[in-house]
Ligand binder design. Sequence first.
Ligand code: DGY
Length: 317
Amino acid sequence: MKPEVVVLSRLGPPEVMEALKASYQLHCLWEASDRKAALMAASSARGLVTTGSLGADAALIDALPALEVISINGVGLDAVDLPAAKARGIAVGYTPGVLTEGVADMAVALILAASRKLVQGDRFVRNGTWASGEKLALGWSIRGKVVGFLGFGRIGREVARLLSVFGISALYHEPEALEGVAADYCSDLTTMAEASDVVVVCCAGGAATRNLVDASVLRALGPKGLLVNIARGSVVCEPDLIAALQAGHLGGAALDVFADEPQVPAALQVMENVVLTPHIASATAETRLAMGRLVVENLAAYFSGKPLLTPAPMDGL
Ligand code: DGY
């Protein structure tokens, strides 16, 4: 008998779902019209596959009494109730490492899209404004600028490495200074924002980072500054961000993540100096295949009695 596994969202490319189907009896929750009934039918499920954004809260964990392993397709752990999982002795795996490059590439794309007005320029051509004889306002160059990283883990460091070809100077803010990194430490986030032309949010979500980027940080980044967020919407106080953009206290924003996905405030949608993408920083076929394979490998390790390849950090919970 194949072990039963609940899957919260279709993982792509197709080979990932095929690999899951080959080894497990799946309960595909996105196909269920009645989620509660689908969860009741999955009461013998021993595995759960989720994503970084969907996570697994205490209610979901409680609804699956036979649950032994959670395999997360993503690196964000903020939406998973790790203490609840730990209390039940549930193993938790995630996908660090394999999405670093894809997400970092997206951060660079967002910086270039905003600074070179790519999305605005595309609209300008399509809506006939260019043909009517108008000129798009000048963009600005990232070359030689100062980029501040809120969070300087794998992803932040890879973004800094990519941006080094543009001759940027890198600053970072973390709770503690890090050993052996090629960037200057700022113990105070507002001070870092003040010294930066661009701030890239690369830290984990969760209680420790909620609303860290608030009105004072945005004001310090300033009327020419750009805020980029490829981490979690919860790190940025969205009402403060909207107010700063409306008042001209902040130059622009390029955002892949939002406080209440998939809802994006209408105020952001009408701003020309804002680039919006639908939480797709890891969404390339290559990255999603690598992530999906790791999700499958973590489950396979668990069900063959081996340690997970990439267990989520549960110490200190
Ligand atoms: C992650 O890895 O957590 C991404 O945000 C995808 O959800």
